[in-house]
Structure formats: structure tokens, C-alpha cells
Design a protein around this ligand. Structure first.
Ligand code: ADP
Length: 259
């Protein structure tokens, strides 16, 4: 029982005493700590853009005669920060929906070819011609939630664009593995040091905060991917080497094949 926090009762029984474990609090406490961390992180993430907005509003109130170009510059910065808050709140709502038991998983036939093509088109738009992006679909349709899978795959593809310098190469593929179905995103971007890999799906965990922020990241993308895959009975595997690139593999069980 080392390291665990157990609630026990000692009960006399035929002149001997026996110990009854009534409750194991270890897991409850771990979840409670995660919840506290999440609230602290989320508050901090929201406070930063809000501080910028309040600052510019104070300037505007103190100096109503600001010249037009300065005013426009301030409004642009405020809009960017407000949009950042919007993205954070959207992602937090998505995560909480994915976690809620009441929000049942849809089981519809997902047109995988259309989905992957759409995700590739989005990634191409985000890249603005700075990367070579290709995709292959060589596997069957699956049963699941098209919306959730689209959001998971789009997160992986947009990360590849955001963490690959201009001139890089990104490849999306949907294939059938020996025991599963796989959506794989390969890039030859900045890569990730080994020590970070296990923690990437934690909420708000980022290797490089400023790069994530500059590219409009919320730090919640991979947490969303992980939850979508869990709900579909699948999982995420990450292989990466700093300076060489990364491969993110989202695998779904064969049981998701249309019957
Ligand atoms: P973010 O919004 O910060 O991108 P994510 O949860 O999507 O949040 O990713 C978490 C972190 O994982 C990122 O901040 C980045 O450090 C790292 N990461 C994700 N995808 C890649 C990738 N393709 N190449 C390099 N690093 C990546």
C-alpha cells in the first residue's frame, strides 16, 4: 500500500481485529490535483490577453485624442488578443464536451476520403504556400463521429504546418495497418526532444510557449486529439527527433469498420 492513501476501518471480529479498506483516495486526489492545475493554467492563459486588452482600453480612455494610425494599431492588437481568448474558450468547451459522459459518441459512417481531403485543404490554406503538402487515402471508411475525427486530424495536420519551417514537407495518410486503421501525419519540421514526448497530450503543455503562441496555439490541441481517440477506442503514438521531424499516428481499432 506504499504511496497510496487509503481510508480504513478497524473492525473487531471474533477477538481478532480485521482491517477493512473502505475507500482508496489516491485516484480521487490525483484527479482533484489535475483539476486544480487545469483551473490555474486556464485562468493564467485567459488573464494574459485580458491584461493587454485592459491596458489599451485604459490608454484610449486617458487619451481620447489619439491619432488614427495609433488607434488602429491598438485596436488590431486588442482584436488579436480577444481572438486568442476566443480560441482558448472554444478549445476548453470542446475538451469538456469530450469528457462529459452525457455527450455520447456518434456512430455514423465517416467518409474518410472526403474528411482527409478537407483536412489537407485546411492545412494547405494555413501553410500559405510555404510547405509541400501531400495526402494519400488508402484505407476503408470507419464508423464514428465525423466531427470529432475531423477536429482530431485537423489538429495534427495544423501542428505539422505550425512546427515546420517554410520549405518543409508534410504528408498525411490514411491506411490500414495489420490490426488497426491509421491516420498519420509526418513532417520534417523542428521535431521534439524525447523528454517532452510523454507529456505532449497534457493540457497546456508546450515545448516552446512563444512559438505555440505566435502560431495561434492554445496548448489544448493534442489533449483534444487524445480524448477523441480514447472515445473511439483508439490511441495516439508520437515519434520524433529534434531537427528532423515528427510522426503522429492516430490509430483506430478494426472494430470501427462499418459492419
Ligand atoms: P499548441 O497549441 O501549443 O500547438 P498542442 O497541444 O497542439 O498545443 O501541442 C502541444 C505541443 O506539442 C506544442 O506546443 C509543440 O511544442 C508540440 N508539437 C505538437 N505538434 C508538433 C509537431 N508536429 N512538431 C513539433 N512539435 C510539435
Amino acid at each position: 500500500f506504499r504511496g497510496r492513501k487509503l481510508v480504513v476501518q478497524i473492525i473487531p471480529f471474533e477477538n481478532r481485529r480485521q482491517i477493512l479498506v473502505t475507500h482508496d483516495a489516491t485516484e480521487t486526489e490525483r484527479i482533484e490535483a489535475m483539476r486544480r492545475d487545469f483551473i490555474a493554467n486556464a485562468s493564467h492563459e485567459l488573464r494574459t490577453p485580458l491584461t493587454v486588452i485592459v491596458g489599451f482600453l485604459e490608454i484610449a480612455l486617458a487619451d481620447p485624442g489619439l491619432d488614427a494610425p495609433t488607434r488602429t494599431a491598438h485596436l488590431t492588437l486588442m482584436t488579436e488578443q480577444a481572438e486568442r481568448m476566443q480560441r482558448l474558450i472554444e478549445d476548453m468547451l470542446t475538451l469538456s464536451r469530450l469528457e462529459s459522459d452525457e455527450y455520447l459518441l456518434k456512430r455514423e459512417r465517416v467518409d474518410i476520403a472526403a474528411l482527409v481531403e478537407g483536412v489537407a485543404a485546411e492545412a494547405t490554406a494555413l501553410s500559405r504556400g510555404r510547405h509541400r503538402i501531400e495526402f494519400v487515402v488508402d484505407g476503408p471508411d470507419v464508423m464514428g463521429s465525423a466531427d470529432e475525427l475531423r477536429s482530431a486530424f485537423a489538429n495534427l495536420a495544423s501542428n505539422a504546418v505550425r512546427y515546420t519551417p517554410a520549405g518543409g514537407h508534410i504528408r498525411l495518410s490514411w491506411t490500414r495497418g495489420p490490426n488497426d486503421l491509421r491516420f498519420e501525419v509526418m513532417d520534417d519540421g523542428i521535431g521534439i526532444d524525447e523528454q517532452h514526448i510523454a507529456r505532449l497530450t497534457e493540457r497546456f503543455y508546450r515545448v516552446d510557449k512563444s512559438r505555440s503562441r505566435e502560431t495561434q496555439g492554445t496548448g489544448l490541441g493534442l489533449a483534444i486529439v487524445k480524448h477523441v481517440l480514447l472515445r473511439h477506442g483508439g490511441k495516439l503514438a508520437i515519434r520524433s527527433a529534434p531537427g528532423q521531424g515528427s510522426v503522429f499516428t492516430a490509430s483506430l481499432p478494426n472494430t470501427s469498420l462499418p459492419g
